[in-house]
Write a protein that binds this ligand. Structure first.
Ligand code: NAD
Length: 332
């Protein structure tokens, strides 16, 4: 039986070459692709490579049974996959951690600087012919040096942002539900804080938690109302970590000074009113969008898929217990 892999969107090099050397590869390419994905899974697929916008729920997994053995996500976040349902069905789920850390931290820093210094608002003023000359009180923003950056979720990307923000002279506090290992060179420069305290005291807050039931609407109306009215909120994690409707009110009514967003609760849609908030810097989910990072993610995704075909646990498997009763035999 020829091995069969389905990618819902084309993956960059080197994935196509790596995958097609080991399997027949079908790329759907259309969005939304749920119906086509279901049809292909019914025909028989060994590995599914979905994108972060593709919902992989129990019903979709069932259409792939008994053949589907792995879901290899082209992202580090895998909140779009029902992992417990995959585990119950003996299907491993794999992701692409690490290789997108720096690109995403760069994006978070960019949103932080652009929001604090009102750069996009200024860009709009220039384009509208609204710049009438330098004035001492024109478009003043927040100075990064000595401002307190509160990082929520101090894993790979949170720590990479901390290093960048230290270079800007910021003070760093972090909140994390676990005890993340902090390298010895970084530890003396960062302080752990309770989330409630961080929300009330930070000048800038940047979110780096995975989306799950513990982080959905972590920043809700109450949290937004506790933030400083001069504070900036940055989100490069997942949109639903913030209650986006409440955020629009916070931006419109001045509960906070501004926001830099890369991700949205109902992507690609935005909450009503958000596009009209001049104090929001809005990026279209660009966190990992560099040529080098996307290629590195493609390679990891392909290596995960190839391992699964070979009957080995993918190198970045998030639910190894799915195969605790034994890995399936190699597909050739
Ligand atoms: P990571 O696992 O290294 O770090 C996440 C940290 O969040 C961990 O330290 C964890 O303990 C902490 N955490 C989990 N739940 C928490 C909670 N309820 N409260 C406080 N802390 C909590 O992950 P990472 O590689 O840094 O990636 C973080 C997230 O960023 C990903 O899950 C993904 O959704 C998102 N991301 C987005 C983009 C983008 O394009 N915008 C790119 C990469 C990653």
């Amino acid at each position: 039986m020829t091995a069969r892999i389905v990618c819902t969107l084309p993956l960059p090099d080197p994935a196509p070459g790596l995958l097609s050397a080991a399997a027949e590869v079908e790329v759907i390419g259309a969005s939304p692709s749920r119906e086509r994905t279901e049809a292909l899974l019914r025909e028989g697929v060994d590995v599914l490579c979905p994108q972060l916008g593709d919902r992989v729920d129990a019903a979709l997994l069932d259409t792939g049974l008994p053949r589907l053995r792995a879901v290899c996500v082209y992202a580090v976040g895998y909140n779009n996959v029902d992992v417990p349902a995959a585990t119950e069905r003996g299907i491993v789920v794999a992701n692409t951690p690490g290789v997108l850390t720096d690109a995403t931290a760069d994006c978070a820093l960019g949103l932080l600087v652009a929001s604090a210094r009102r750069l996009c608002e200024g860009d709009a003023v220039m384009r509208a012919g609204g710049f009438t000359g330098w004035r001492p009180d024109f478009m003043l923003g927040l100075e990064l040096r000595d401002s307190l950056l509160g990082i929520v979720g101090f894993g790979r990307i949170g720590q990479a942002l901390a290093r960048r923000a230290l270079a800007c002279g910021m003070r760093i506090a972090y909140a994390d539900e676990s005890q993340p290992p902090v390298p010895a060179d970084l530890a003396p420069h960062v302080a752990r804080m309770q989330l409630e305290t961080l929300i009330a005291e930070a000048d800038c807050i940047s979110l780096h938690v995975p989306l799950d039931e513990s982080t959905r609407h972590l920043i809700d109306e109450a949290a937004l109302r506790r933030m400083k009215p001069t504070a900036i909120l940055v989100n490069t994690s997942r949109g639903a970590v913030i209650d986006e409707v409440a955020l629009v009110r916070a931006l419109q009514q001045g509960w906070i000074a501004g926001a830099g967003l890369d991700v949205y609760e109902n992507e690609p849609a935005m909450a009503p009113g958000l596009a009209g908030c001049r104090n929001a810097v809005l990026a279209p989910h660009l966190g990992s969008a560099t040529v080098r990072t996307r290629a590195a993610m493609a390679e990891l995704c392909a290596r995960n898929a190839l391992a699964a075909l070979a009957g080995e646990l993918p190198p970045h498997c998030v639910n190894p217990q799915a195969w605790s009763a034994g890995a399936p035999p190699p597909v050739r």
